[in-house]
Ligand binder design. Sequence first.
Ligand SMILES: Cc1cc2nc3c(=O)[nH]c(=O)nc-3n(C[C@H](O)[C@H](O)[C@H](O)COP(=O)(O)OP(=O)(O)OC[C@H]3O[C@@H](n4cnc5c(N)ncnc54)[C@H](O)[C@@H]3O)c2cc1C
Ligand SMILES: *[C@@H]1O[C@H](CO)[C@@H](O)[C@H](O)[C@H]1NC(C)=O
Ligand SMILES: *[C@@H]1O[C@H](CO)[C@@H](O)[C@H](O)[C@H]1NC(C)=O
Ligand SMILES: *[C@@H]1O[C@H](CO)[C@@H](O)[C@H](O)[C@H]1NC(C)=O
Ligand SMILES: *[C@@H]1O[C@H](CO)[C@@H](O)[C@H](O)[C@H]1NC(C)=O
Ligand SMILES: *[C@H]1O[C@H](CO)[C@@H](O)[C@H](O)[C@H]1NC(C)=O
Length: 652
Amino acid sequence: MSRFVKTPLAKGVLASASLVGATIVYLDFIRAPASPTLQNSYKPLQKQLAAPPSREKLIENLRSTPKFDVLVVGGGATGTGTALDAATRGLSVCLLEKNDFASGTSSKSTKMAHGGVRYLEKAIFQLSKAQLDLVIEALNERGNMLRTAPHLCSVLPIMIPVYKWWQVPYFFMGCKMYDWFAGHQNLRSSTVFSREMTSAIAPMMDDSNLKATCVYHDGTFNDSRMNATLAFTAIDNGATVLNYFSVEQLLKNPAGKVTGVKAKDVETGEEFTINATAVVNATGPLADKLLEMDNDPQGLPPKVEQPPKMIVPSSGVHVVLPEYYCPRDMGLLDPSTSDGRVMFFLPWQGKVLAGTTDTPLKNVPANPIPSEEEIQDILKELQKYIVFPVQRDDVLSAWSGIRPLARDPRLVPDNAAGTSSTQGLVRSHIVYVSPSDLVTITGGKWTTYREMAQETVDTLVKNFDFDGKNAKLLPCQTNKIVLNGGTDYSKNYSARLIHEYRIPLKLAKHLSHNYGSRSSLILELYHESDFNKLPITLAAVKSFEPSEQTASTDNQLSYQSFDEPFTIAELKYSLKYEYIRTPIDFLARRTRLAFLNAREAASAVTGVVEIMRRDLNWDDATTKRMTDEAMDYIGKMGISSKRFDVEDFVVQ
Ligand SMILES: Cc1cc2nc3c(=O)[nH]c(=O)nc-3n(C[C@H](O)[C@H](O)[C@H](O)COP(=O)(O)OP(=O)(O)OC[C@H]3O[C@@H](n4cnc5c(N)ncnc54)[C@H](O)[C@@H]3O)c2cc1C
Ligand SMILES: *[C@@H]1O[C@H](CO)[C@@H](O)[C@H](O)[C@H]1NC(C)=O
Ligand SMILES: *[C@@H]1O[C@H](CO)[C@@H](O)[C@H](O)[C@H]1NC(C)=O
Ligand SMILES: *[C@@H]1O[C@H](CO)[C@@H](O)[C@H](O)[C@H]1NC(C)=O
Ligand SMILES: *[C@@H]1O[C@H](CO)[C@@H](O)[C@H](O)[C@H]1NC(C)=O
Ligand SMILES: *[C@H]1O[C@H](CO)[C@@H](O)[C@H](O)[C@H]1NC(C)=O
């Protein structure tokens, strides 16, 4: 043995082996993992908070502001992020969204804050520095998201099942490199599970040919709440942010520069002329529409529908399944579907989220509907991993989102619009300043919204003087700004809620993971109704009814009547603090009931409409329209017809 060690080759081998060993020990054990929370100092629960400016007050801002510094069109992840960034640097900001916040793509994503293991594989095989930079950028932003929205984001382990022995080191190396590229932002170390370990954790998995599973970590987040929370945080920082406000026309001066927009209050039809130094188009998959307005000398949209140029639209369908399709706290990655993509099966809000498909489209539909074929595709992929037969009837809800994969419009020939394969497109973003000074931001990922916003506002600051304000502006702040509900939040927040209010664990978790440190405001709303003269006990919460409404068998809107812990107090909170204007805003976006369980959502419509009617003073016609629209929206969420009949749910 000692003679062996003396040969130079053996010494070299030994030295490099110990170097590798030491590196692994250092990376895995010594270096402390990045903490996802900013601070944990124990502060009393926040029980009071003045309501933010009302919609009427925000509309008044539009009338009384002669000129905004920045006007953002589109309230998705990108637009709201840009509004927040600009407002916190010291600019006056207006954001207009023609629908509800996060009604577009932003509420229909896979909810992963990720760098993309898949893109890493591509970067390495194609030796592409550009691809690799994208992955690293996204990994950094993943860390930022976990820090600035600790209540809405969490770390999720994801298994990659491996069916051939030689693939075990291959996938493991891939996962390890993913860890390394994340640097100090890495979440937790990747590992390998044996077949036995895998079936213990995931009994639903078919392990007959399984060799092992590689496990890596990514972030997951509650997307539409993240988006809406961005909008509310921007409002708190002084921005005028309005949903249900549609931009109809770009205003231009004689020199052809954009000077503002003509916008319409979708609820009243009233028109507004809004002046702004800089206009940003953050309309996501609809950016081409705004670009066409830009190309028109009058700033009007074209009469005939044009095929998209800058955006290569592709539809992505997700389905929601009951919890028994996936282990509780672990996702599953299908690394190569039959058509060579990746598919995720993730635990989400107590259910399983499966997706996504990738179908190129010719144009961008307003509310894309998932086709039966796409739903079946997902179920077929899932079946490869599941021991029991996957059933169509188990689909609780399904929806389709449009991926705004961007092409640089300068590189697209006029006639090349269309339906080429979308998989090869780099999912990066583009900030584009057109000759009229309109700034367009599009592409990218949810994960990178902050970085995209920063780049957009940097571009604004470079291109505009903002009447001399420019020199006094702060640098980008969004790295430091904790979103509403994230301050004083820690991962044990639900325990604190239980101690204080004696509520069931399921409700406490539901509130703290969606509203963070604002959950206590919701629970205080229980106190406000005279019903709750009693201390809040489990029984009291279960039978909670709003004071002005008596319990009846028709009105199903109590915690007890749901599988999901959604409550009237949440509805009241959303009315007071979160700018909901329609039942779907509440049922599909502030809460995710419609996405989690479309049938339950349908049964809640009548009750939600009744409470909103009182608060927003709807007349009979509006009330009926709201009910019909909500039923229509929920009816298209992929519930198999065997299980859904609208007539069963509308209370006459
Ligand atoms: C199926 C699928 C899965 C995805 N999964 C992930 C994932 O796991 N992780 C990740 O990081 N990213 C993911 N993405 C990408 C991510 O969802 C998008 O990149 C991001 O949401 C785009 O946001 P946006 O603000 O650009 O667009 P949008 O969210 O669509 O926002 C644009 C908004 O502009 C509004 N608007 C348009 N025209 C006007 C007008 N004239 N006046 C006023 N408002 C207007 C629209 O109503 C819309 O709300 C996924 C995308 C898809 C499709
Ligand atoms: C916008 O500018 C025009 C012309 O400069 C002005 O007449 C108008 O009052 C301004 N709009 C608002 C809301 O102040
Ligand atoms: C985020 O909110 C904006 C409006 O503020 C909305 O237009 C957009 O679609 C939302 N995006 C997501 C992902 O929810
Ligand atoms: C989103 O909210 C649900 C509860 O409604 C929670 O179970 C889930 O963990 C949350 N997701 C994240 C990433 O915090
Ligand atoms: C929650 O965690 C924080 C720090 O992580 C700690 O100070 C606090 O006491 C914990 N609260 C409860 C109720 O466990
Ligand atoms: C929106 O972006 C497109 C794409 O570059 C651009 O051509 C168009 O001019 C932009 N719109 C405005 C109003 O600048």
